[in-house]
Design a protein around this ligand. Structure first.
Ligand code: SAH
Length: 223
């Protein structure tokens, strides 16, 4: 029964979603996303299954949408842009995502990296994410219910870390979990946030500010 229902959900928007998704990709290109591999992955993932059915018709708009528990699914531009930055130096084997939410960014990462670890502090969101990733038959992801502010030391080091909630500063512990040559992308700030790229260059960490962004805050503890 569940399988049949999810089948309906996957195909429910039907062929119109092909056109809607093509329009989304055109928009992402206009907004400056250049990596065709990332664009093809973003275009191939049905974003509508990650949101409540009542919001499905808005799933391919360039907007963050509520996913419950005061959290949001990131907008397609932000997901595509952060992914492009993360993969700009080449292929990645092991990636950590902090802030799984409903698993949309996780799904994009899973199509491009060998192994993805993603952590989320709100347990029911992790349940949603697990269901969504299973529906897409994505198997190279390990999800964990934990406060990701300190990363995932038991699995570190990572080739790349992506944080999808805004921190007030760069957590030093996360830098220690990057391999030399590794990359971390994260939003920093409160009301006003900037997206930063930090590269582990051996002796030093190089920080580059990329653009302004708007994310929910990184919170501590678990719910
Ligand atoms: N990656 C998601 C974005 C979800 S919003 C997407 O693709 O849409 C950010 C998520 O970060 C929220 O679900 C929030 O609960 C989670 N979060 C905030 N602080 C956290 C922390 N310290 N550890 C783990 N997850 C956290």
């Amino acid at each position: 029964m569940v399988a049949v229902m999810s089948g309906v959900k996957l195909s429910g928007i039907g062929m119109t979603s092909q056109r809607t998704r093509a329009r989304m990709l055109d928009r992402l290109r206009q907004q400056g996303v250049r990596d065709e591999e990332v664009l093809s992955v973003v275009g191939g993932i049905p974003r509508h299954i990650f949101v409540d059915e009542a919001l499905s018709s808005r799933a391919y708009e360039d907007t963050a949408l509520p996913i419950g528990y005061g959290q949001t699914i990131s907008n397609p531009y932000t997901v595509a842009r952060m992914t492009e930055i993360l993969f700009a130096a080449g292929k990645l084997k092991k990636v950590l995502e902090i802030g799984t939410g409903c698993g949309y960014q996780t799904a994009v990462l899973a199509k491009l990296a060998q192994e993805v670890y993603s952590v989320e502090r709100i347990a029911p969101l992790l349940v949603k994410a697990r269901k969504n990733l299973q529906e897409l038959r994505i198997g190279n992801v390990r999800l964990k219910h934990t406060d990701g502010g300190m990363g995932l030391p038991e699995v570190a080091p990572f080739d790349a870390i992506i944080m999808t909630a805004a921190a007030t500063h760069v957590p030093q512990e996360l830098l220690r979990q990057l391999v030399v040559g590794g990359r971390m992308v994260m939003p920093i700030g409160g009301q006003e946030q900037r997206l930063v790229l930090i590269e582990h260059a051996g002796q030093e960490y190089r920080e580059t500010t990329l653009e302004t962004v708007k994310f929910v805050p990184l919170l501590s503890g678990v719910e």
